[in-house]
Design a protein around this ligand. Structure first.
Ligand code: ZN
Length: 61
């Protein structure tokens, strides 16, 4: 099974959407990732089941 899932997120600063790879093998994931467009830090929370991302929450870090 492939636990790395490409997931589209929307930057809360600039509104641009881009894809990021999420490791779903450990369940829910909280991380901070810099926007690929405006480079500001986005606080991300992924609700995961192994092999699948159920929902994405993004907010300003
Ligand atoms: Zn951005």
């Amino acid at each position: 099974m492939n636990y790395i899932v490409e997931t589209e997120i929307v930057c809360p600063f600039c509104g641009e959407a881009f894809a990021t790879a999420v490791d779903t093998s450990q369940g829910d994931v909280s991380t901070i990732e810099d926007c690929t467009v405006c480079c500001r830090p986005i606080a991300l929370h992924f609700e995961c089941e192994p092999g699948e991302v159920l929902s994405v929450d993004s907010s300003r870090a």
